[in-house]
Design a protein around this ligand. Sequence first.
Ligand code: UGB
Length: 428
Amino acid sequence: MASPPDTSKTLKLERYNSYLRRLHSTKVINASSKYLFRAALLIALVVILFFTLNYPPFSGNNPNHAHLHHRNFLSASLFTSTAGGAAWEKQVRHSSTPKNPNGLSVLVTGAAGFVGSHCSIALRKRGDGVLGLDNFNSYYDPSLKRARQNLLLKNQVFIVEGDLNDAPLLTKLFDIVPFTHILHLAAQAGVRYAMQNPQSYVSSNIAGFVNLLEVAKTANPQPAIVWASSSSVYGLNSKVPFSESDRTDQPASLYAATKKAGEEIAHTYNHIYGLSLTGLRFFTVYGPWGRPDMAYFFFTKDILQGKPIDVYQTQDKKQVARDFTYIDDVVKGCLGALDTAEKSTGSGGKKKGPAQLRVYNLGNTSPVPVARLVSILEGLLSTKAKKHVIKMPRNGDVPYTHANVTLAFRDFGIQTFHRFSYWVEKIC
Ligand SMILES: O=C(O)[C@H]1O[C@H](OP(=O)(O)OP(=O)(O)OC[C@H]2O[C@@H](n3ccc(=O)[nH]c3=O)[C@H](O)[C@@H]2O)[C@H](O)[C@@H](O)[C@H]1O
């Protein structure tokens, strides 16, 4: 991922920027993977701080506040061309065409999102064709999505502005491009927001997914599909670490229930139509260009602004913990899933034989208490947080997550994931 925009607005940012510059100038970054990782994490922090300081107030509990402050700092005309016109079709074709003769041609839904933008760039960099699709909704400030879109354009990835539920648009894209794969990352995210806007989860995560599968099943050739499920499907499962074979019938949020429904829907389309489907259960992904509705992001903003933060505890006053997973590891998992996906077996809406159906955890395997996350942020920001330790409200959160990633490591040839504790020890 390219470096974020200029962030030198505060002394703290200058400190990190100058540290980064020192790292670059002394070529320490290239010296070892240790320093590479450290630099990436510092960049992550700088980006978090940049958006914290430059974006409108964002409440983790009120994501819709973002659109009230919507500010497009980049002209929309930069990014749009009339859908269906000759120039538009040319951009669609160009973006989807692999540079590598053996490359994939991937439709990435949610390409202006956090994981979508990272995966799109990684695919394009290795020579695959990538076409993005995103509806740029205002769940969080769309100007962050526009900034990611700008970055993707620089990497020759074009994003079609449209919704998953727009069947004619999706059909048209498949008429223009014989996509070999879909990386389906578009979704209504956020666990707690599901209590405020339940319908948005049904519309994106269920109706939108079905619409995409309907188009994919009739496409010729049918693409193989890799899509984002969630660690939240484990819900109230208390067996740790969470393994793919564990029960997932106790969702604690509507978000989790829609992702679980997605896994069942995937089974149906695989069974009836021969679509190759791989679901990836992401565990609390963090990193540069991350989502402002996530705790690490709004904790940072509130600590810097001297505002109190709610730090959740379980009902019996134990620590709440998450298996925070670094974005590069999730990208590795997504590309591994795409590369190992077998072809769909159907054509013209008819199954011709059994097709691949898979589910994998993509998590760090070392849960970190939220209280520890806060103390790390305090150290990095040199600022004491005003902690308000409270019992976790019954709003969809689960007490802890912990992934068993044996299957993903085995099938995707992954050797290791970045340890959260590693960068903490190095930076603090
Ligand atoms: O793995 C997933 O599938 C999900 O991961 C992410 O959800 P979560 O793991 O809940 O991340 P995030 O909100 O950052 O809260 C982090 C921690 O802070 C705690 N938390 C939160 C808010 C608060 O005010 N106080 C607090 O202690 C909170 O209890 C939690 O322990 C994605 O947002 C979601 O879209 C989905 O992808």
